[in-house]
Design a protein around this ligand. Structure first.
Ligand code: PLP
Length: 370
């Protein structure tokens, strides 16, 4: 069966053919355990270390990188850094209201350890006010967590300015860069950066946490002591190589990808010119278009338009049936939240995809609203 037109590149991306090619030999012939001392093991270890360097090319210099199973795991690992802060009286964790569940729920769980959680509001464009942040951060703040590119509405937060404010009060700064890594420059001054393979045309099942060299985080998974002792377990050289190759492709094609995606976005804006855009248009990654039409029932729209893969918010939020906390944070009414769709454009979409998908979505929306 033919795949639908894929406009859900924020949920996940297709695997780049070059990534597939890079992974196959490691799934077939080079099956060594990268932690074994013999030749096959050493070969596998060399592949893992080469992949680590490839992923690091897109990250600030002078850091260290731990491979994880996902960005969710990387974020859970990063929160461990906060534990040590409690001893020195730092008990506040600040997160943006519009963070992904991985950050929101990690932060929430730290309340049991004695931390206070503060959720920072965003304005109607989805952006954080730096004045608001400055008034909340103090010498009791342990961590500020902020997302680079929002997964639902694509808005870009001023991460370097946020990190500066955090550091001025001696707090750590965690950046969830899942939707920005490989697409734009990474913030130079974050203490920790989380990323994942499956949003950059790489494999699912691998992510990474980058951190400043001197930062030490407690062990998340105990065992054989792999990954600097913080995350034990045998690494998959195939997944590492896949992530490394995907990172290199993003590095080599960053300008080309961005120009292509901006063109797709421009064309989509014309096709959907009578829809309202959710979130800032000036501080936005163009691969995301979150739009709404009053009166529309998006659940019905999605069941009608089966030949286009798109989303009614984040993949996780739409699965739960809960109204999107991101759109709610922008001040949208529940009915407006339920009339919003997210279209995500990527490297492998064509202009024809946009035209066909827009036609199908617009026809179905108009039929519903008649
Ligand atoms: N953070 C953001 C912004 C995301 O979009 C996602 C994935 O949807 C995650 C974190 C979690 O990534 P993973 O699927 O690798 O756990």
């Amino acid at each position: 069966m033919k795949n639908p037109i894929y406009l859900d590149n924020q949920a996940t991306t297709p695997l780049a053919p070059e990534v597939f090619e890079a992974m196959v030999p490691l799934l077939k012939d080079n099956y060594g355990n990268p932690h074994s001392a013999h030749r096959l093991g050493r070969q596998a270890a060399a592949i893992v270390e080469a992949a680590r360097e490839q992923v690091e090319v897109l990250l600030p210099a002078k850091g260290k990188l731990v491979f994880t199973g996902s960005a969710t795991e990387a974020i859970n690992l990063a929160f461990g850094a906060v534990r040590r802060q409690l001893e020195s009286g730092r008990k506040k964790i600040l997160v943006l209201e519009t963070e992904h569940a991985a950050v929101r729920d990690s932060a929430f769980s730290y309340r049991e350890l004695g931390f206070e959680l503060c959720r920072l509001p965003v304005n109607e464009h989805g952006l954080l006010s730096l004045e608001e942040l400055a008034s909340e951060i103090d010498h009791e703040t342990a961590l500020v967590a902020a997302m680079l590119v929002n997964n639902e509405i694509g808005v870009i937060q001023p991460i370097e300015a946020i990190a500066e404010l955090a550091h001025a009060q001696g707090a750590l700064m965690l950046c969830d860069a899942v939707q920005g890594y490989g697409r734009m420059a990474m913030p130079k001054n974050a203490d920790m950066i989380a990323l994942t393979g499956h949003k950059i045309y790489g494999p699912k099942g691998i992510g990474a946490l980058w951190m400043q060299k001197e930062l030490e985080i407690p062990t998340l998974i105990h065992g054989g002591g792999q990954e600097m002792g913080v995350r034990s377990g045998t690494l998959s050289p195939a997944l590492c190589a896949g992530l490394g190759k995907a990172a290199m492709l993003c590095h080599d094609y960053m300008d080309q990808d961005l120009a292509h995606i901006a063109k797709l976005s421009h064309s989509a804006l014309e096709f959907f010119d009578d829809w309202v855009i959710n979130g800032s248009m000036t501080q936005r990654y163009p691969g995301n278009l979150n739009i709404r039409k009053d009166g529309l029932d998006v659940a019905r729209l999605m069941s009608t338009v089966r030949d286009v893969a798109f989303s009614a918010g984040s993949a996780c939020a739409s699965g739960s049936g809960r109204p999107s906390h991101v759109l709610t944070a922008l001040g949208l009414e529940p009915a407006q939240v339920k009339s919003s769709i997210r279209l995500g454009f990527g490297r492998y979409n064509s202009m024809d995809d946009i035209e066909q998908a827009a036609k199908l979505i617009n026809i179905a929306a108009e039929a519903q609203l008649q």
